[in-house]
Structure formats: structure tokens, C-alpha cells
Design a protein around this ligand. Structure first.
Ligand SMILES: [Zn+2]
Length: 226
């Protein structure tokens, strides 16, 4: 497998990155800066992960996406929604939370950019960090989306790379176990929507990471989760 990996340094993309390294040659890892609050942190951590595995890393800056995105993930005048732990499985609550951090056609854009690189670098696979848990609230994380985007790429590129996620059918807890088995660099991951010294411990992404780490029986690494 010759792959391009979308690497944000979060749990899902980092574990997928490790599996892609194990499965073949990762030609390039891409991290996107679309003005998200955690951009600087994600770029730093992704760079460290790539250095650890000797994989070429490139940052793609999408100023236009920053300019047109009004939700709180990018717009610092708006509050990042905070959920209680008990609300993580409440589909109505998580749908509201998802709307508040939505970025227009984000995964569609990322994957199509990666497909251009795949065409030039002759990669056969684009590895993404999708999972079962978030596919429920983010339709652009679903298997259905993967199948449709692959059909589209078969017509928009000669290379016809296939998008895939090793964690498509796993929940976050299972992804932690999977990462354990791969000796994934948990200490280099960044899942928080914010870019403070330590994870905020209160955003939906932090809550999911925290729950997954506990469930996956992985030692907690940050004081925010103490
Ligand atoms: Zn957070």
C-alpha cells in the first residue's frame, strides 16, 4: 500500500497513520490549517509524529475556508459547545454540538486535495481517521460517504486512489486498544478543539478522548484528565 495520510494528530488520524506505516509506504502526511483554534498545536504534534516515523509532512493552508467558516471551531467570538459526559451518546445533543463545530465540506475538500497529491505521487490509498462513533453525527465520516467519494475519485483522477479508514467500524475505545497494539504515540496526540498548554477536558472531542482512554485501559497522559 502506498498512501497519503490525513493527519490532524488526533486519536483517530494518528492511529490510522501508524497502521498505514505498518501496511506499506506512507508517501506523505497532510495536515490542514483552515483557521481552526487548535491549528498550531495540531501542526506541531503532527510534525513530531511524522519525524518519529520518518514520514514526509506537509501543511496545507486553506485561508478561504477560514474566511467562510462561521462556527465556533474557527470563529473565536463564539463559544465551543461543552457537553456533559452523559450527553456523549445523546444523538440530539451531539447533533447540536456538531453543527456548532461544522466546517463546510471539510472532509470533502481535504480528501480531494489529498487525491491531487495521490495522483502526482502515485499513491493508491488515502488514509483517513473515520470511526463508528462520529459517523453517527458527522455524515462525512460515514462508510456511505467513503463509497461515494471513491466513486467520484475514480472519475476525477487517473490514479483512482481509494479512501479508507482502518478504524471505520471501531468506536473510540476500540481505537485506543487498536492504537495500543500498534504502539501508537499517544503522548504526541492532540484531540482538543482548543490549543492551550493542556487539553481543555471539556469540549466534545476531549470528552470522547478521555472516555476512550479510560475504556481502552490506557494510562492518562495529561493533567487535564487527572
Ligand atoms: Zn478540549
Amino acid at each position: 500500500m502506498k498512501s497519503i495520510v490525513l493527519l490532524s494528530s488526533g486519536l483517530d488520524s494518528s492511529v490510522n497513520f501508524c497502521k498505514a506505516v505498518q501496511e506499506g509506504k506512507v508517501l506523505l502526511a497532510l495536515t490542514f490549517d483552515y483557521g481552526q483554534r487548535a491549528a498550531a498545536k495540531e501542526i506541531d504534534q503532527a510534525k513530531k509524529i511524522c519525524e518519529k516515523y520518518s514520514v514526509k509532512h506537509q501543511v496545507i493552508t486553506l485561508d478561504w475556508l477560514k474566511q467562510i467558516t462561521s462556527t465556533s471551531l474557527v470563529n473565536k467570538n463564539k463559544e465551543i459547545p461543552q457537553l456533559n459526559k452523559g450527553e456523549l451518546d445523546n444523538i440530539e445533543r451531539t447533533k447540536i454540538s456538531a453543527k456548532n463545530v461544522w466546517v463546510p465540506n471539510r472532509n470533502g475538500v481535504f480528501i480531494n486535495i489529498a487525491a491531487s497529491f495521490a495522483e502526482v505521487l502515485k499513491a493508491d490509498t488515502i488514509v483517513v481517521g473515520f470511526n463508528l462513533e462520529e459517523a453517527k453525527t458527522f455524515p462525512d465520516n460515514s462508510q456511505d460517504f467513503v463509497e461515494h467519494v471513491n466513486a467520484s475519485l475514480s472519475l476525477s483522477t487517473f490514479q483512482m486512489p481509494k479512501v479508507m479508514s482502518f478504524t471505520q467500524n471501531l468506536n473510540k475505545e476500540e481505537i485506543v486498544r487498536y492504537g495500543n497494539a500498534l504502539s501508537a504515540p499517544f503522548d504526541l496526540m492532540w484531540s482538543c478543539y482548543e490549543a492551550n498548554q493542556t487539553p481543555c477536558g471539556r469540549c466534545e472531542s476531549c470528552l470522547r478522548f478521555d472516555r476512550a482512554m479510560k475504556g481502552g485501559q490506557r494510562a492518562k497522559l495529561s493533567s487535564a484528565f487527572a
